[in-house]
Write a protein that binds this ligand. Sequence first.
Ligand code: PAF
Length: 281
Amino acid sequence: MQVFETKTAVREAVAPWRAAGERTVLVPTMGYLHAGHMALVERARAEGDRVIASIFVNPTQFGPTEDLATYPRDPQRDLTMLREAGVDGVFMPDVTEVYAPGAQTIVETTELSKILIGKLRPGHFRGVATVVTKLFNIVQPDTACFGEKDYQQLCVIRQMVRDLDMPVRIVGVPTVREPDGLAMSSRNVRLTPEDRAAAVVLSQSLFEAEEMAKTGITASRLRAWVAANIQANPRADLQSADIRDAETLATISGPLQRPAVILLAVRFGKVLLIDQRVVTP
Ligand code: PAF
């Protein structure tokens, strides 16, 4: 497995693969890898001939009061995991390699970036869309894999790729969960033992809501039930609970007629956890 620290090095590695007709799949990550990331890698291997993972804690997607400094990192362990998973190359740049001084250009989905998580974390999706665009331009993959856990991020990236005619196929990969249902996330390690135990309320609410969605319940009543179920847990500080059209993220309130997605953002202490579930009527 090759490790690249510069844009030039990764481009030079990918170019001959492309010339030989091999398809490159990119797995963008911010490191501190877990089984959810490894599911992305496994899917990437099935989607193409070569896999490049990137490890880059992107500063532009963190707000000024957010956890950039304390975001968990373990690059050596990440590299071991990626090597064992058969990844061909890892792009691991420094911040200055990605963001040149004086850069002025940003990429933003004007509507999708302002709703839901975008309201809680202003500027977050602008940072994501900008860095993903840069990674696509640097690596020039045929395909890129993203987790469905970050559902709004996946919608933002799909929209951006459509709007800007980016020649990259986007593959969404289902959420990987702990045995008790908690969605895997690099942030889970920052939960106290009490909050870790309480955090199971997210997946438990989603799974119950999935069953309720089959009974003809309206979206508003389902949303209200999910919100109340989470608020009943004294450790959970509900930030948002929404039901949206699964494809467009448009609001819905009446009977569910198409697949919808339930999106949750809940704080436990200082840790913001998100989770989602697509439900079908
Ligand atoms: O999902 C993530 O880990 C990040 O948002 C991403 C897509 C790697 C961009 O920094």
